[in-house]
Design a protein around this ligand. Structure first.
Ligand SMILES: [Zn+2]
Length: 634
């Protein structure tokens, strides 16, 4: 057990005093002293951190509703910092720092404001916590929904000073959105102007201020939906997406607004909202840019935009899709070459020994088919471009058929499939071999015809690079067999199959030690001893990772290099289970899950994602053995 000491809990959770919320629950008679002391004892024995509230809820001593009632009826006595601390959303040290700053500012700023500004907590998290715990609704403001008549009763500068905005009447009550619903002074001011019956709601500070500003200029200012500002808005949006290294922009009409989200590192992120009423002009303008039919609003369409970015000095190629939804057309712009720089093959993230193996046995082999496989968004196209870049030199003729070209490389002949004008995949493949290539790159093998073209080209002495959509490397071989390619052709032409995934990288700025739970271990099918020497990390969330705990991505690889034993297994029509077993035992193959475990044990990726995103097949080998095979020192 001493060997595994690094993955057993170092310190039990601190046994801080029961806290103000527990005291209030006790005072209100929701829990009794015996329950509280039992919960305290249970909590001190847990190996993972649970807050006192979670523990009380888990034990069934308190319901969420009772908790909300107690919090609401005792609002005057609860301070935001204590609440966040007890809920486990804030660290003691961060709170103390923020309180210190508040003192320096002689109370000119609310604590919540400072916490958000310093990046100790994300505003949305803060508001959701308040909304959930206090039972107030969290509302998305859009200035068309506001009842302007209410503004006759209260001056805008008062609203701005206390960070609230009147929303609408509900019977005799007035709904008001506050950025800080615990701000008693703001509530008193609002009651002074609007009367006693207020319904409190919560909204982000920025959107309250934006809405107040919009209300102020509504009468005199021109509408934001005139043409020149629409063009400006779209250009700004695209530039922002390039800034964020986004791969896609989603513009979605919703009931009350136009929501814009960006996909960054594979994850959808809220970017901004536009007012619903500009949707027609915005859509028309993007259609003009994409050379789509402006008059057509009831059918799905697609198009393409070449965008010259003034801010970044690049030409961006975008594929645009218009999809008709019940609220209007949803627009998705895919930013094709917004992938940053082309990675050197040595920087794609393969472990040292796997990389050597890959370069010497596969990339430098003069002929044969190399397959890179994985689901959409697994990074296989980037890896393929890194391979092409490695092979690209003055004495080699390289030609591609891609759908579409996603990255332009100097010195090779790239063809983008364009079915609209008759440049189909089939037509291109018929011509490609006549171009006297040494290396042929086929964007993707998707049917018997493209598979056969790849195999035939390899048989006639070419090197072929291509991609597939399969779960793992063995799946790639099985797919070829299912495309009715003879086993002997597969075994004599395929050089290697690389399976790949992209997992999110743990943010280095907020990484903390993570101790695998018994459930993690059972899901991985490993014992603590198998993971001796591991240093798992988890990101707690900070400003530099937009509070996700992750920043950037890391490749996870499985490399199958075909040796005689694997070839024989294919020739003898062995099952995929047997082929996998033989590959692991004789070709030095490390599975995706095993490579993931090694990278998680370095603190590069999270335990959570290797469990949810990598195929779990069989029992992984112990970390020490994997590190030896891959040449990973730590
Ligand atoms: Zn972070």
């Amino acid at each position: 057990m001493t060997q595994a000491s690094s993955i057993t809990p170092a310190t039990p959770p601190s046994s801080e005093s029961a806290g103000i919320i527990s005291a209030l629950l006790l005072k209100d008679g929701v829990i009794d002293k015996r329950q509280l002391s039992y919960a305290t004892r249970v909590r001190s024995k847990l190996t993972t951190h649970r807050t006192m509230m979670d523990t009380l809820l888990d034990l069934g001593y308190v319901t969420q509703e009772q908790l909300q009632n107690t919090l609401r009826s005792n609002q005057m006595n609860i301070r935001l910092g204590d609440l966040l601390l007890e809920l486990g959303y804030l660290r003691e040290a961060d709170l103390q720092q923020a309180l210190g700053m508040q003192k320096e500012l002689s109370g000119k700023k609310r604590l919540g404001e400072i916490l958000v500004e310093k990046g100790f907590i994300e505003e949305r998290r803060l508001l959701e916590t308040l909304a959930y715990q206090l039972g107030y609704p969290l509302i998305e403001l859009s200035f068309i929904a506001l009842d302007r008549s209410l503004l006759a009763a209260i001056p805008l500068n008062v609203c701005r000073e206390h960070k609230f905005v009147p929303v609408r009447r509900e019977g005799n009550a007035i709904v008001l959105a506050f950025s800080d619903p615990l701000d008693q002074k703001a509530q008193d001011v609002a009651r002074g102007f609007l009367g006693q019956s207020l319904k409190i709601a919560i909204a982000p500070r920025e959107s309250i201020l934006e809405n107040l500003a919009a209300l102020e200029r509504t009468s005199s200012q021109p509408s934001i939906s005139d043409d020149s500002s629409i063009i400006g808005m779209i250009n700004t949006l695209i530039e922002e997406a390039i800034d964020e290294c986004a791969s896609d922009i989603h513009i979605e009409p919703m009931k009350d607004r136009l929501r814009v989200r960006l996909r960054c590192d594979g994850v959808m992120l809220q970017h901004k909202d536009y007012p619903r009423e500009i949707a027609p002009q915005l859509t028309s303008r993007i259609k003009v840019m994409a050379e789509a039919d402006i008059a057509e609003r009831r059918r799905h369409q697609d198009g393409r935009i070449l965008f010259a970015s003034a801010r970044h000095g690049i030409n961006l190629d975008m594929r645009v899709s218009f999809y008709v939804t019940i609220y209007g057309e949803k627009i998705v712009l895919r930013l094709l070459n917004n992938k940053g720089t082309l990675l050197d093959i040595r920087e794609i993230g393969m472990a040292p020994r796997m990389l050597d193996h890959f370069i010497y046995e596969a990339l430098e082999a003069p002929t044969g088919v190399m397959i890179i496989t994985g689901p959409t968004g697994s990074g296989k196209t980037s890896t393929m471009y890194s391979c092409v870049n490695f092979l690209n030199n003055i004495n080699t003729s390289i030609i591609t058929a891609e759908d579409p070209v996603e990255y332009i490389i100097d010195g090779i002949s790239q063809c983008s499939i364009n079915t609209k004008i008759g440049v189909t995949f089939e037509e291109t493949l018929r011509h490609i071999v006549r171009q006297d290539p040494d290396i042929i790159v086929l964007g993707e093998i998707r049917d018997h015809f493209s598979a056969e073209t790849a195999i035939q080209a390899a048989l006639t002495g070419h090197k072929v690079l291509t991609t597939f959509h399969t779960e793992d490397s063995i799946g790639g071989l099985v797919r070829l067999m299912n495309m009715e390619i003879e086993a002997f052709l597969i075994s004599s032409t395929v050089v290697c199959v690389v399976a790949q995934r992209l997992l999110r990288r743990v943010c280095p700025d907020c990484a903390e030690t993570y101790i695998p739970t018994p459930l993690d271990l059972s899901r991985l099918n490993l014992s603590p001893n198998d993971l001796a020497g591991a240093e798992f990390k988890i990101g707690r969330g900070c400003k530099s990772c937009r509070f996700s705990g992750y920043r950037g991505r890391a490749g996870i690889f499985e490399l199958l290099v075909m040796n005689e034993m694997v070839k024989n297994a294919i020739l003898n029509n062995k099952s995929s289970y047997d082929i996998r077993k033989i590959s692991i035992e004789t070709s030095g193959m490390v599975t995706l899950m095993e490579d993931g475990i090694v990278k998680a044990a370095q603190g590069l990726v999270s335990m959570k994602e290797i469990i949810t995103d990598l195929p779990r097949l069989g029992k992984p080998r112990p970390l020490g053995e994997l590190r030896r095979i891959l040449g990973v020192t730590q």
